[in-house]
Design a protein around this ligand. Structure first.
Ligand SMILES: [Zn+2]
Length: 439
């Protein structure tokens, strides 16, 4: 039996290059794939008996891609703020994770993150955390598309008492999800400064064996660059390239302190970049050369990073802030124009994750990952240019429906596969018992 759905009653932005918005358009979905896109009358005539989802006069576009995050860190939202990365990580976050994070709490934090993500129009997340198999199971159950991974560090993690154990868990994760329709397993060595050269090489070999993505933090702070230059005589990007671990399957998060030579190197090796402007600003890490990355021809998408450093999982907010930030610091308001910004949130992010052939645009044959945005609020009226609306006026709370692989996961702002009240209550209860000094 085939399952069908028609999303109609709105302006369709396919995000295919060179296309115009389709006023009063519709998207027909069959068996999780986009079957037809066009004028509503034609689409509805093609699929007369299909169930319908009404966009209520709003915008219909590809779901947003969060190209770098740590989902379960929602449980550490507001836990430690106004600190530098090193102090935040080593004195607050890592000890808290060791105390708090188990398979059970990671499952809870991931559910909370999935709820927040769906409400923000996100249909694909790229997660770097621990207990990756649990994360994959939870997200598969919810129906959210994801890259999932098992964080590898030189130190014990909440899930692995040694780097060897983390590599073993990574292999299990790769084997478990290698053919899953929604969950794509990846390998995740934490960063060049926190994983030894030998283990970085092991991680890269594992990714190679499974042809899996490899995600890593890269050149996030000036301190990291100085340390690598001192210890290895190379920039972080050159060091990783030297080790042979960078490829078109690499997702490099941050790349804040990166030279023109490094950018050329990343371009040559076809590395994808997840830029995280809110997290970088909040931690005082700096401002990534995003316009230069785009000019160099790099694949770039937006990531939120974790909710302990952002403190939300709302990539639209990251994109909107980036647009204003780069216009301001360059003195050039033509930098990151509205349509480009929305491309980075959709097709751009899909490209960074190696999913450009499956998601990112509303193209027949691609998977039906779609969001509908309400445009009836006073802050949204009148609407002239849909791209400018998304870039400068829309809010995550305007997201009305979200469909992943043809399945409505958010309908009229209600989550269909997550018991939100239960998740919120459990997260509050856990936080109340987990504050420093409470036990
Ligand atoms: Zn991160």
């Amino acid at each position: 039996m085939s399952s069908e759905l028609v999303i109609h009653g709105g302006t369709v932005l396919t995000m295919e290059s060179g296309t115009q918005p389709i006023a009063n358009g519709a998207v027909g979905i069959r068996n999780g794939l986009i079957a037809v896109v066009g004028a509503a009358a034609e689409v509805l005539a093609t699929m007369p008996g299909a169930p319908r989802l009404d966009a209520g006069g709003g915008l219909i576009l590809p779901g947003f891609v969060n190209a770098h995050t740590h989902l379960a860190m929602t449980l550490l939202r507001g836990f430690a703020d106004d600190l530098t990365l090193r102090e935040w990580l080593e004195q607050h976050i890592w000890p808290a994770e060791r105390r708090l994070m188990s398979a059970q709490t990671v499952a809870l934090g991931t559910r909370l993150a999935a709820a927040e993500s769906l409400r923000a129009g996100v249909t694909t997340v790229c997660d770097m955390y621990f207990f990756g198999t649990t994360v994959g199971d939870v997200l598969a159950d919810i129906g959210l598309r994801a890259l999932v991974s098992e964080g590898i560090l030189d130190y014990p993690t909440p899930a692995a008492d040694s780097p060897e154990a983390a590599l073993r868990l990574s292999r299990e994760l790769l084997e478990r999800f290698r053919h899953h329709p929604l969950i794509r397993p990846a390998v995740a060595p934490h960063a060049p400064y926190s994983v030894s050269a030998a283990r970085l090489a092991s991680a890269a070999e594992l990714a190679e064996e499974f042809e899996a993505p490899l995600m890593i933090h890269l050149a996030e702070t000036r301190q990291e660059v100085e340390q690598l230059l001192r210890d290895k005589g190379l920039s972080p990007a050159a060091y990783l390239a030297d080790l042979g671990i960078l490829s078109e399957r690499t997702i490099a998060a941050h790349c804040v302190h990166i030279s023109p030579d490094d950018l050329a190197l990343l371009r040559e090796l076809e590395v994808g970049v997840a830029t995280n402007p809110v997290s970088n600003l909040k931690l005082g890490s700096g401002i990534a050369p995003l316009p230069q990355m785009l000019a160099a021809g790099l694949r770039v998408g937006f990531g939120t990073d974790g909710a302990a450093s952002n403190n939300t999982l709302d990539p639209l907010r990251d994109a909107q802030l980036a647009s204003l930030l780069y216009k301001g610091v360059t003195g050039d308001p033509t930098v990151l124009p509205a349509r480009k910004l929305i491309e980075l949130l959709t097709v751009g992010g899909a490209g960074v994750l190696g999913l450009a052939d499956r998601i990112g645009s509303l193209t027949p044959g691609k998977e039906a990952d779609i969001l509908c945005l309400d445009v009836n609020g006073p802050h949204a009226t009148p609407l002239v240019d849909p791209f400018a609306h998304l870039a400068y006026a829309a809010r995550a709370s305007d997201v009305r429906h979200v469909v992943v692989r043809g399945r409505p996961l958010l309908q009229d702002r209600t989550l269909t596969t997550i018991d939100l009240d239960g998740v919120l209550a459990a997260a509050r209860a856990l936080a109340a018992g987990a504050r420093p000094g409470s036990h």
